[in-house]
Design a protein around this ligand. Structure first.
Ligand code: UDP
Length: 377
């Protein structure tokens, strides 16, 4: 397993349980990849080191799986947004609409009101901007999405796919739960503790601070690679675009912003959001508090990749890397970086479980593993 994140841990565990000896290597000095959590030394607050990760899923099997390794406590993600000198409720819901327009509309009135603002000439939205103009109209788009998205992705929303905005609901009721999944929660002791338990098996050896070289692939029966797809090939065809994040830490006493995540919609504010991590664990008590301002920028060589950008131009390069990947006999590319997709944690775990089953099934039948399980295009 190249990478000790969710993909490597979940696949490694299944294979180990079926009698395989598994070696996990990770270049970093900790488990859990970008969902790594650690206690802040000054305040004792459990911090999501690479930015907020809230576990939510509709997949009962995945929910049972994570609960088998860690206690998940009830948590509802309620995000706020500051824009135009006021604070609003997110995702856009009836409260946001009534606050924003200074109205007291009921659900059907708000629906009709927003529909009247929407650009109905857009029948099949392809871009982020078209999707926003079609479903919320120009005012809400400008206030909540345009500036934030330009900061987050470094390009105009007309260059981004509609799929990014489809992550966010628009609701004509007062439900301000950011996610609409049956199961949602926070691991009581953090994601790193959970991944540590998944990897705690006599047939699994973990080596941190250890880089994997492609030349080592032949030393193993099979390699599951959750690092960047282009990195595996030494970027021979060019670099796939990623956004990386810079975090600016500050601490204070008490409660600094009153919620876990505050988004900043305007472009004049250089950061996208501020996360106050103690609010992710309301069952803990801390006198101090620690917050991080989050800045997004282009990922340069040596930076940690976070978000695959997947612009149209990148898809062409991606398809050439996929062809290379398909020619690698004993390597399977998995996870967010290995398949170059914007994956949530639950989907990552679902795919890892399926990948492990597929591997075991094929091996039982003496068949070879298809090298690239999840077509990323
Ligand atoms: N977004 C936005 N304004 C917001 C929140 C989100 O424009 O206040 C857009 C932005 O383009 C972002 C996308 O919606 O990248 C998905 O948001 P999500 O909260 O899922 O992002 P994540 O937490 O994964 O960074």
């Amino acid at each position: 397993m190249v990478g000790a994140g969710l993909s490597g841990a979940v696949i490694g565990r299944r294979l180990a349980e079926r009698g395989h000896n598994v070696t996990v290597v990770d270049a970093r000095d900790h488990l859990a990849g970008n969902c790594h959590t650690a206690r802040d030394p000054e305040t004792g607050v459990l911090v999501h080191v690479y930015g907020p990760h809230i576990f939510h899923t509709d997949d009962a099997e995945v929910w049972d799986y994570v609960n088998g390794f860690e206690t998940f406590l009830p948590y509802r993600n309620r995000v706020k947004a500051t824009t135009g000198g006021a604070v609003y409720s997110l995702p856009i819901n009836l409260h946001t609409i009534n606050q924003f327009y200074g109205r007291t509309m009921r659900p059907d009135e708000a629906r009709a009101f927003i529909e009247a603002q929407a650009d109905r000439s857009i029948t099949d939205p392809q871009t982020f901007e078209e999707q926003a103009l079609r479903f919320v109209g120009p005012d809400l788009y400008e206030a909540f999405f345009k500036g934030y998205t330009q900061k987050q992705w470094g390009c105009h929303p007309s260059e981004l796919p509609a799929s990014i905005l489809k992550r966010l609901p628009v609701r004509f009721n007062y439900d301000d739960n950011y996610f609409f999944h049956r199961f949602q929660g926070m691991p009581e002791n953090g994601y790193t503790a959970m991944v540590g338990r998944i990897l705690d098996h006599p047939r699994i050896a973990v080596h941190l601070n250890t880089r994997f070289e492609r030349s080592q692939a032949g030393d193993y029966e099979h390699v599951f690679h959750s690092g960047p797809l282009d990195g595996y090939f030494d970027h021979a065809l060019g670099r796939l675009g990623y956004r990386t994040l810079d975090f600016e830490r500050f601490s204070a006493e008490g409660d600094w912003q009153g919620c876990a995540v505050m988004n900043y919609g305007e472009q004049s504010v250089p950061y996208t959001r501020i996360t106050e991590h103690k609010h992710f664990a309301p069952w803990e008590e801390h006198a101090g508090t620690v917050c991080y301002r989050e800045y997004a920028r282009a990922c340069e060589p040596g930076d940690i990749p976070y978000y695959p950008i997947r612009l149209v131009a990148e898809k062409e390069l991606l398809s050439r890397y996929v062809a290379r990947a398909a020619a690698e006999e004993n390597v399977t590319f998995v996870g967010r970086l290995g398949t170059y997709r914007y994956l949530d944690m639950d989907v990552t775990i679902r795919e890892a479980l399926d990948t492990a089953e597929s591997f075991l099934d094929r091996r039982d039948r003496g068949a070879t593993m298809p090298p690239f399980v999840h077509a990323p295009l």
